[in-house]
Design a protein. Sequence first.
Length: 82
Amino acid sequence: MYICLCNNINETQIRQAAAQGANSLADLRDGLGVASQCGQCACMAEAVLECEQQRLGLYRTAGQRGPRTGHQPNGAAAHAAA
Ligand code: FES
């Protein structure tokens, strides 16, 4: 399914970008051009990004800018077990 019509960016491309480390709409914009023109795709692009991050086990919580690495179901810091 196309997400960004202005730049012909589809859901698969956004999911691939997430798997390669894209972590924000800015990353998608810089890497793929998503939301760089009319901006109508921004919310859907972020939703696809977050969905893929969850699928990959990379969670973001409110106020957190980067993804966590690995599954952290109890909210423990990624480095706490080290
Ligand atoms: S639909 Fe993505 S910038 Fe217009």
